[in-house]
Design a protein around this ligand. Structure first.
Ligand code: 4AD
Ligand code: MG
Length: 467
């Protein structure tokens, strides 16, 4: 037996029988009888296992008992046609090396408790399950597809800072970044925290959005996108919120709100199509195991035009629904911020397809959005999806220096902190637009998982920052 280069299981399953191969991975199951053992081996490259057939007479007696579920092994053998494994090929083992045994008594992945909640507490075991393997492979493919999409369109990938001194969304949901001694915080004469003594000499936080810096990029390079971690200290313990999530934020010079909507719709359809084209094994597994409508939902989104609707019209529909007896937990009337239940009603019950809602009241949206002539609404756009609610938030940006400054003052935000941003409107201002796609919200949609904690390897939520 010669063969000392490992082939991944994904590739082995596509190879012609007859060759000598080396597979390495973790044992999923072992079964068999006196003379023969069947090992299902998985190496994470695919949801599928390769079956190892072991003729016990060829190996020392004490070897097989050491190969238990979870153990890590390397197997050299001949790839042969398979009749019973559910795959085209299997490996007839000739040499087996055990890299790491796995004590069955102490193995944390017992059949009795594999709830998603329990799995979150055993981070490395969690990744070895079929479900999280599938989710994490899809996550990886989606990240690649995002870069490919924008690269193909000539967008510049801009790295915006994670540490920032400005609150882009103005919502006050930021995590402080400091090196001050928390037991002995320096104070100024007025008794306030003296941030001049802090590392950066001013108050700093983790970013809630790369948008403001992104706008500097767009108004210089034309079209940019960011893709990075984003932090929000909002105390929302919901299946759709994380304290640390990833966001994709394209920002485009010369795009108005309609161009922005066109891009958002095309982008998201492209990503869903990419998932269907490149992740079908994993998606089919998730579809069959948890959510029989997943594949239909994905195909449905691609083949339909998203509804484009004014907020005011959306509110009318919701008010009519209430009049017709639909019960919402939160009240609806013009001016309220829509809750996920309202968004999902529009998408799932009323239209039966994704909705892009525009023209929101300015009072519930961020300071930078372009103001409409009515003085009440802004050129915001939220893309609402089945099962999720808001998946994208964006807008055309206020390009007028005067209007932008007035809005900042109205909201009692600090102009001084934002001078660097306001400058884009002072020197060669241009119409521009952008949006933010929540990466984990996209993954909720593509995988059909129902809790956002289960589409990120290490979720951070209120009272939880393990690993
Ligand atoms: O609607 P948001 O707050 O918009 C912005 O941050 C803009 N600066 C984006 C832009 O125009 N460049 O957030 C955008 C998206 C939401 O639609 C949602 O998908 C996701 O980010 N998101 C979250 N995802 C997970 N956990 C949270 N706590 C999230 N908050 C927002
Ligand atoms: Mg939003």
């Amino acid at each position: 037996m010669e063969k000392n280069i490992r082939t991944k299981v994904k590739d082995l399953l596509l190879q012609e029988p007859g060759q000598v191969v080396l597979a390495k991975g973790w044992v999923r199951t072992k079964r068999g009888n006196k003379g023969i053992a069947f090992i299902a081996l998985n190496d994470g490259s695919t949801i599928n296992n390769i079956q190892i057939v072991v003729d016990k007479t060829l190996f020392p007696e004490d070897l097989l008992p050491r190969i238990t579920t979870g153990a890590c092994i390397g197997v050299t053998g001949t790839l042969v046609e398979s009749v019973g494994s559910g795959q085209a090929v299997e490996i007839q083992a000739r040499e087996i090396e055990i890299y790491g045994e796995c004590d069955p008594m102490r193995y944390p992945l017992q059949k009795k408790d594999t709830s998603f909640e329990y799995l979150r507490s055993v981070a490395h075991m969690r990744m070895r399950t079929n479900t999280f393997g599938a989710v994490l492979r899809i996550r990886n493919q989606m990240a690649f597809a995002i870069h490919e999409y924008f690269h193909g369109k000539g967008f510049v990938y801009l790295h915006t800072p994670l540490i920032t001194a400005s609150d882009a969304e103005g919502a006050g949901q930021m995590f402080h970044v400091t090196t001050m001694d928390l037991d002995n915080i320096p104070k100024n004469k007025k008794g306030q925290v003296d941030f001049t003594k802090d590392f950066f000499g001013k108050e700093t936080s983790l970013t809630v959005s790369g948008q403001l810096e992104g706008e500097l990029g767009a108004t210089a390079l034309g079209e940019i996108y960011t893709f990075g971690p984003t932090f929000r200290a909002e105390n929302s313990n919901t299946p759709r919120h994380l304290a640390e999530f990833w966001m994709i934020e394209p920002e485009m010079a010369f795009y108005d709100i309609n161009d922005n909507m066109d891009l958002a719709e095309d982008f998201i359809k492209h990503l869903v199509q990419y998932a269907l084209d490149h992740c079908m094994d994993d998606i089919r597994f998730l579809n069959d195991r948890y959510d029989n409508e997943l594949i239909d939902r994905l195909k449905g989104v691609i083949s339909t035009d998203f509804v484009r609707l004014e907020y005011t019209e959306g509110i009318k529909i919701l008010e009519q629904a209430v009049a017709d007896g639909v019960q919402f937990e939160y009240p609806v009337s013009w001016g309220v911020d829509l809750q996920s239940e309202h968004e999902r009603y529009l998408v799932e019950k009323h239209f039966g397809k994704p909705v892009i809602l525009t023209g929101y009241p300015k009072d519930i949206k961020a300071f930078y959005m372009k103001q409409n002539e009515d003085g009440k609404t802004v050129r915001a756009m939220d893309v609402l999806f089945p099962k999720i609610g808001e998946i994208i938030g964006g807008s055309e940006r206020e390009a007028s220096l005067e209007k932008l400054e007035n809005r900042i003052d109205e909201l009692k935000m600090s102009r001084k902190n934002l001078e660097w941003y306001i400058d884009t409107r002072r020197f060669g201002s241009c119409p521009h637009s952008g949006f933010g796609l929540g990466f984990e919200r996209l993954l909720l949609f593509v995988t059909g998982m129902t809790n956002i904690r289960d589409v990120i390897p290490f979720p951070r939520t209120p009272k939880n920052a393990e690993f």
